[in-house]
Write a protein that binds this ligand. Structure first.
Ligand SMILES: Cc1cc2nc3c(=O)[nH]c(=O)nc-3n(C[C@H](O)[C@H](O)[C@H](O)COP(=O)(O)O)c2cc1C
Length: 183
């Protein structure tokens, strides 16, 4: 299987990235092909006002978002990694998710391409408490349901702030690796 991960942290090598790396290492051990995309490397722009019932919902810009979505539809498993920012996913990841709405919609529905694929989520957050993490996960769970994808699991690194903090949480890293292996 092909596993593609989208990292929504601007800090390469920091906690989200490290968590995603571990999932991908597990997936590699399980014999899958892996690919990692740092969303910060791409000039993603917000969804434009080019949609509506009169339009075919295909983005005329054909920019980098389409390229990234194409990589997603070619994969079997999608890993979404994000820092928790303001009780939510990062704006970077949200920009990408919003752009899914204009994927060749007049030609084919995204859900026809995504149905049956797996979604995995990795979150890094400074708060050591997990009391509001379901608030962050809920829209992603709904997105997976909407696209008829299978929720294959989540891994949360809480209590991490500076790059490298996650190394103090070996149990979370091992949970991430096991999740990758289980794909
Ligand atoms: C703009 C911003 C908002 C944040 N909001 C939260 C938050 O709501 N809850 C939390 O636990 N941590 C919050 N944090 C801390 C980050 O989640 C934490 O530093 C995490 O390690 C960032 O991921 P990274 O290491 O992959 O960059 C915030 C950090 C930033 C920069």
């Amino acid at each position: 299987m092909v596993v593609v991960a989208f990292v929504g942290s601007p800090r390469k090598g920091a906690n989200t990235d490290r968590l995603v790396e571990e999932i991908l290492a597990g997936a590699t051990e399980a014999g899958h092909q892996i690919e990692k995309v740092h969303l910060t490397d791409y000039a993603l722009t917000p969804i434009d006002a080019v949609y509506g019932s009169e339009m075919d919902w295909t983005d005329p810009r054909q920019d980098v978002a389409d390229e990234l979505i194409e990589r997603m539809v070619e994969a079997d498993v999608v890993v979404l990694g994000s820092p928790v920012y303001w009780f939510n996913v990062s704006g970077l990841l949200k920009l990408f998710i919003d752009r899914w709405s204009l994927y060749r919609r007049g030609v084919e529905r995204l859900m026809d391409r995504m149905a049956g694929k797996k979604m995995v989520v990795a979150l890094a957050m400074a708060d050591p408490h997990l009391d509001y993490v379901e608030v962050v996960l809920a829209p992603l769970r709904e997105a997976a349901k909407w696209l008829e994808m299978e929720w294959a699991g989540e891994v949360i690194a809480s209590g991490v702030s500076d790059p490298g903090d996650i190394e103090n949480h070996p149990q979370v890293l091992s949970e991430a690796r096991e999740l990758g292996k289980s794909l």
